[in-house]
Design a protein around this ligand. Structure first.
Ligand code: ADP
Ligand code: MG
Length: 720
């Protein structure tokens, strides 16, 4: 790396890629389109996917039939054209002192015959096939041995991300390497340091220039590891820095509605109407929320709690805090069934406290709506429950103090932010939503988000955790049964019904094959009806094609215990609460994702009785399906399940595209680099604690980089 000693002359890394020697307008266009590379900076951050070890040379008699990439030194002794079904292939016999193999080309014969020399030592590189009793290497990478020995190429050859189009248009991996080498030549390998001297020293990190050089052209594995570590740390560090800064700015800038006191509603409920003793976790979370609401800043809190952990009462008691301070509150749930259930649960408590509460959903009729709108605006209505119908512009609150979103993963970020504008106006003269003081926001989710993801995606939110189930719950027993054992399963169901329990039978609903799913459901229903005949057995059925009122009717029959079996599609997945239901049968369980299976299972085990979850599948199972089923049988721990899910599906799928935008990582991997992430978060926090404005001279590099990033790649867009 002799050029590192040259005088520093900075090249602007924002220079368009077109200006790099060897690129030009056509290649630049391809790089932009195919790899999103617009500038020098983008190119330098195109990190190799993997590296090939080019330190080992194989003899032909050492080759193995495993089709790995190998390199061999030898000479071409003859060319031959062989006719095949369509066209011809060109075959060269390649020889070393231990034997011969074939090099094969299906295209470009003329050029090859004219340019490749016979009886001259070459290094060939590629994948070998075992074919007709011989090893052959199709379209090998070839270099004259004398050039190979001279070339500066590192021992470990980088393999860059590519696309078919790039390769077809002549931007091969080798060309990419050349272009990147050119970039190092033009910049003399000098890149502005982006981390502070303290960080480099404390964490024993290599410099930015060293890291970039070694990630592209590693001299050995050790230097590569150091380079990767540094770049991963840097990437995660700046994400954490931005998230934490956003959170700090939020707290200092966004004024919250002051909830000064805990009043009658809360105290009366707590002292006389509490239906059960709160768990320690519920109490702790309520305190955290109370602290937020009493502070000057707007609350923006995520409440995570596994299914059945008792989030609803925490939500209700938080609403009481709002009401005690003269504000209104609302609770938004993703489905009509769930809204109705919340409403039915909360109205009992509200009646005891003399609180007005209403529900608004897609099926509320005009006169109901009219009344709700009026009473919301004049402040007579204190609590509104509902689906995303709450987000409609016509829904205006007099003074909304707290908005709660249940099962947040069902809502997009846009919907979250819509609630922000439903707060009371600061300046009543200008009745503009922009003038509104945002209500406090509490987001509840039962989808356990692995810590690593939560840190990255919700780093801007404060997180509360209910990590304890109410007492007396027994762990749900989960088993996997094949379809052919159905009769046994039915017998088991009959016994449970005999004991007075209720049963869910759930069928998958996947939109693309809705018709088929519907048929499966109806066939299943018919067979259950046969085995569980009326009048002894009563069955409810709920699916997406039914009218809301019918769904509700069927649901209510089950809730009241009039039916023993509920046959349903996944509409019951979220939140539904029937404590007497103790068996969950999931049909075609292999078609469900892990988090969905866990959610469904969470519908049972809500009472004091032993509950069961039975996963029914056919015999044909993919490896992933097997892993999912085994995981479900092994554990009830939502976080463990979420970790497995993350490994199977990757973060993008779990968070939905909108929220995974921020996870568009170039080098770090949230699962594998968990420890680096923790360290990055730790240092980002520590630095901002000591120097919130990043104004100390030692943090200069960080401030500059941060500003630069804010200018060119604003991650805030993804997450607000
Ligand atoms: P989730 O967190 O899944 O929304 P819920 O709020 O629906 O859970 O609560 C699940 C069940 O547990 C409900 O029947 C609720 O009344 C009950 N529950 C909640 N907290 C407690 C507690 N501290 N002690 C006993 N039962 C509780
Ligand atoms: Mg719930």
């Amino acid at each position: 790396m002799k050029w590192l000693n040259f005088a520093f002359m900075s090249v602007n890394l924002q220079t368009p890629i077109d200006y790099l020697k060897g690129v030009g307008p056509n290649r630049a266009e391809l790089l932009r389109k195919e790899l999103g590379i617009h500038t020098y900076q983008d190119l330098i951050n195109l990190f190799p996917n993997r590296y090939l070890d080019r330190t080992t040379y194989y003899k032909i008699n050492q080759l193995q039939q495993n089709s790995a990439e190998v390199q061999v030194i030898g000479q071409i002794i003859k060319f031959e054209e062989v006719a095949q079904k369509r066209g011809k292939r060109l075959v060269a016999t390649f020889q070393d002192d231990t034997g011969t193999m074939e090099l094969v080309w299906f295209r470009g014969h003329k050029w090859i015959r004219e340019n490749l020399k016979r009886n001259t030592p070459y290094v060939v590189f590629g994948k070998t096939n075992w074919f007709n009793g011989k090893f052959s290497m199709p379209h090998p990478d070839m270099e004259l041995l004398k050039d190979h020995e001279k070339s500066l190429q590192s021992a470990m050859q980088p393999i860059y991300p590519s696309t078919e189009k790039l390769t077809n248009k002549g931007i091969s991996n080798r060309v990419l390497i050349k272009i990147i080498q050119q970039l190092f030549t033009e910049t003399k390998g000098q890149f502005t340091e982006t981390l502070s001297p303290e960080l480099l020293e404390n964490l024993h990190l290599v410099s930015k220039s060293q890291a970039l050089f070694n990630v592209h052209f590693p001299q050995n594995q050790e230097l590569l590891t150091k380079a990767q570590y540094r770049l991963k740390f840097e990437e995660l560090f700046y994400i954490q820095l931005q998230l934490i800064l956003k959170n700090l700015i939020h707290k200092s800038k966004i004024k919250g509605l002051p909830f000064h006191h805990v009043g009658d509603y809360f105290n009366t409920f707590f002292n006389t109407h509490l239906p059960f003793e709160l768990t320690q976790a519920q109490k702790r979370v309520l305190k955290e929320i109370r602290t937020d609401l009493g502070s000057q800043a707007q609350m923006n809190r995520l409440l995570q709690g596994d299914v059945g952990s008792g989030k609803t009462i925490v939500a209700f008691m938080s609403m009481l805090m709002a009401l005690d301070n003269g504000f209104q509150a609302c609770l938004m749930a993703p489905t009509e069934i769930l809204s109705v259930q919340h409403y039915n649960g909360l109205i009992e408590w509200c009646n005891k406290l003399n609180i007005s509460i209403k529900i608004l959903t897609g099926s509320s009729n005009t006169s109901e709506r009219k009344e709700i709108h009026e009473n919301l605006e004049n402040g007579q209505l204190q609590i509104l429950i509902g689906t995303h119908a709450l987000l409609e512009d016509t829904v205006k609150f007099k003074n909304l103090g707290l908005a709660i979103i249940d099962e947040q993963h069902r809502f997009g970020v846009a919907q979250r932010s819509k609630l922000w504008h439903k707060g009371p106006n600061q300046n009543p003269e200008k009745a503009l939503a922009q003038n509104a003081v945002p209500p406090h926001i509490l987001i509840m989710t039962a989808t356990p988000i692995p810590r690593t993801l939560a840190m990255s995606v919700y780093g801007d939110l404060d997180i509360s955790l209910i990590d304890e189930l109410p007492p007396g719950r027994q762990a749900i027993k989960t088993v996997h049964r094949y379809d052919k054992n159905r009769l046994k399963v039915f017998r088991f169901i009959r016994d449970e019904i005999e004991k007075g329990r209720q049963i869910y039978v759930v069928y998958p609903l996947i939109q693309e094959s809705e018709k088929m799913d519907y048929k499966d459901l109806m066939d299943g229903y018919a067979s259950i009806e046969r085995d569980f005949p009326k009048p002894k057995y009563q069955i409810s059925i709920v699916h997406g094609k039914m009218k809301a009122a019918d769904k509700d009717y069927e649901m209510q029959r089950f809730v009241k215990g009039e039916t023993q079996i509920m046959v349903a599609t996944t509409v019951i997945e979220v939140g539904v609460n029937v404590p007497n239901a103790s068996v969950m049968v999931i049909e075609s369980a292999e078609r469900f994702g892990l988090s969905q299976l866990h959610q469904l299972r969470g519908r049972v085990g809500r009472g004091a009785e032993q509950s069961y979850c039975i996963l029914m599948t056919s015999h044909k199972l993919s490896n992933d399906s097997k892993t999912r089923l085994e995981t479900m049988v092994r554990t009830n721990d939502g976080f463990e399940i979420a970790e497995v899910d993350l490994k199977l599906r990757g973060p993008g799928d779990i968070m939905g595209t909108q929220q995974s935008g921020v996870l568009n990582l170039k080098i770090a991997d949230l699962i594998k680099d968990n420890d680096i992430l923790k360290s990055a978060r730790y240092y980002a926090k520590q630095i901002l604690n000591n120097d919130p404005s990043l104004s100390s001279p030692s943090n200069k590099a960080i401030l500059n980089t941060y500003r630069q990033m804010a200018k060119y790649r604003n991650i805030w867009n993804y997450i607000s």
